[in-house]
Design a protein around this ligand. Structure first.
Ligand code: FE2
Ligand code: FE2
Length: 146
């Protein structure tokens, strides 16, 4: 498995969780459960991805800009998650924020998969792609996420 496949696999988890979450209503048990899962998943993924994908790419002139851009988006995602935490789950505002989060995350994942992976593919060696995948996956398994 290479780093692109490893990341893609977790992106898919995020997409599924968000698809489920926008169908939940009120302060239900499922909303609470899946939001907690999504929050931990996004948090762990951002940390592991920055460490084992973006940081190594900061060394190359060709990928430094997209890496910065993606990390800035991680912060935006973080802020929106925090807004959701602060919003009462039983209010209608919660779903409005959840849909904004879904839109933002989907945009981010698509950009990574369709633009950034191609650029990174040219910069990383075959060996690096495999090594980064194993470090990334190890980090995902050992972290608990906030
Ligand atoms: Fe990301
Ligand atoms: Fe990602």
């Amino acid at each position: 498995m290479n780093i692109f496949e490893a990341i893609r696999e977790d992106h898919e988890k995020q997409r599924v969780l968000m698809r489920v979450l926008v169908e939940t209503s009120g302060a239900s048990e499922s909303r609470e459960k899946f939001f907690k899962e999504l929050k931990a998943e996004l948090n762990k993924h951002a940390i592991a991805e920055e460490r084992y994908f973006y940081v190594p790419l900061m060394d190359s002139d060709n990928t430094i800009e997209p890496a910065r851009h993606a990390i800035a988006e991680h912060h935006e995602i973080d802020e929106l998650v925090e807004t959701l935490v602060q919003t009462n789950m039983s209010s209608s505002a919660w779903l409005v924020h959840m849909k904004s989060l879904q839109e933002l995350v989907l945009h981010h994942l698509n950009e990574e998969e369709h633009e950034f992976f191609q650029q990174a593919g040219k910069v990383l060696s075959a060996q690096q792609k495999v090594q980064l995948a194993s470090s990334y996956r190890h980090e995902m398994l050992t972290q608990r996420g906030k």
